[in-house]
Write a protein that binds this ligand. Structure first.
Ligand SMILES: [Zn+2]
Length: 413
């Protein structure tokens, strides 16, 4: 039996009057309406359902009942009654986007088959995000994808009529269908005039020109298949506008024309790398001067000179060199820390060779109340954790006392 769906005959009829024949209580608690006749598209064939309203009530989902073939309109609320007349409205923007992508999919599938013998295994049609076509795994180079786009646009610009018609199965078998039909009995054929024949129940443009433009975005390998992503029609225009705006903003930011953008970015990257290198060299050269400044504020505890410091946003990798420089001075114990970002804390502890202190043991114990971790050998230890600048400042104030405890314990032994 040939199913009778309104959109088969007229995919541009977006408002109609009908009558509720049955209201359904669906297993998920929602309510569905079946109409005397409908032009809504139910999900199927890789194409999503229409959206719209029935007497102003939003239609959230539309699907075909497997057993009866009837179309169920899932409603946002259950205000319709059986036998009630309804005025229906279909979201035309969504419908057109689906038509453009669905027709573009037929066209791209035909191009892939004609150019490279690739049979489409499945497709997913979306109006608001890229649509996809899956075919047997085969990597396609940029040149090959450009060939597909070129052929597709030749057919788009020829503005070939796209027609749909039903033929008996026997007749369908004589048509050069791209894939054997999945249905038995009558077959709905979608023909891009004299160019492509496909068995399909979806909504399509009336001519290839309505696709507007189609752009392949990428291909990727997926479950031993290749998936091609593309946009068409309105979505292709929106993407072009978006990319055009991005390129324009980049050009302004970099003071470069679009053809010079890449070179401008590469120049800036190189300049940044060079500057970072130079900064690192200058910082290393500055280490002895920094060490002298820190030693001025050293706290004397008997023979020991304790140097503590907290830097903000100084790379943790610079602390060991400074600590090493400090411990050239007799009696020095150096505890250097840095905090960057919200609470990224790093610390090193080291000492002059003559000071009797196990750096690794001390730092491990001292960090425990901070919730940070650390350790090392007798001479050098490092640590860190998620600690704020304020917490580190309070912690550093207690370090002289903690160090005295260590020496008191040592002398008592
Ligand atoms: Zn189709």
């Amino acid at each position: 039996m040939r199913p009778q769906y309104g959109y088969f005959a007229d995919p541009f009829l977006l408002e109609f009057d009908s009558r509720v024949t049955q209201m359904l209580s669906l297993p998920d608690g929602r309510v569905g309406a079946i109409l005397e006749r409908t032009w809504f598209y139910p999900t199927g064939g890789g194409q999503a359902h229409d959206l719209g309203t029935l007497n102003g009530i939003p239609v959230l989902d539309v699907y075909r009942q497997e057993a009866t073939g009837e179309v169920v309109h899932v409603l946002a609320s259950g205000k319709l009654a059986s036998d009630e007349p309804v005025h229906a409205w279909i979201d035309g923007d969504r419908r057109l986007r689906h038509m453009q992508h669905h027709t573009a999919q037929h066209l791209l599938s035909a191009c892939l088959q004609r150019l490279f013998g690739l049979e489409t295994l499945s497709a997913h049609i979306s109006g608001y995000s890229p649509s996809t076509i899956d075919f047997p795994d085969r990597s396609l180079g940029e040149d090959e994808l450009a060939q597909v786009e070129r052929l597709a646009h030749e057919v788009i610009f020829q503005n070939r009529p796209v027609t749909t018609y039903f033929v008996p199965a026997a007749e369908a078998a004589r048509l050069p269908l791209r894939r054997p039909p999945k249905v038995s009995g009558e077959v709905r054929v979608v023909e891009i005039k004299d160019w492509d024949y496909s068995a399909c129940g979806g909504t399509h443009c009336l001519s290839t020109g309505m696709i507007g433009v189609v752009k392949i975005l990428k291909t990727e390998r997926r479950n031993q298949k290749t998936r091609l992503h593309f946009v068409a029609g309105w979505q292709a225009l929106e993407r072009f506008q978006e990319l055009h705006a991005i390129v324009g903003a980049l050009g302004t930011a970099l003071s470069a024309g679009k053809h010079d953008l890449l070179a401008a970015v590469q120049r800036q990257s190189k300049a940044l790398r060079d500057a970072q290198k130079e900064l690192q060299t200058l910082r290393l050269e500055r280490v002895p001067i920094d060490a002298q400044h820190l030693l001025v504020d050293a706290i004397s505890l008997g023979d020991v000179r304790l140097v503590t410091a907290l830097f903000v946003d100084r790379p943790a990798g610079e602390l060991p060199a400074l600590a090493k420089e400090l411990t050239k001075t007799r009696g020095v114990v150096a505890l250097l820390s840095t905090v960057s970002g919200e609470a990224k804390f790093s610390v090193v502890l080291t000492r002059h060779e003559a000071v009797a202190l196990h750096a690794g043991e001390c730092l491990r114990r001292w960090l425990t109340p901070l919730g940070a971790r650390g350790g090392g050998d007798e001479m050098f230890a490092r640590g860190g954790g998620a600690v704020t600048e304020e917490q580190v400042r309070n912690w550093l104030e207690n370090i002289p006392a903690r160090l005295e405890e260590v020496f008191d314990a040592t002398y008592n032994d």
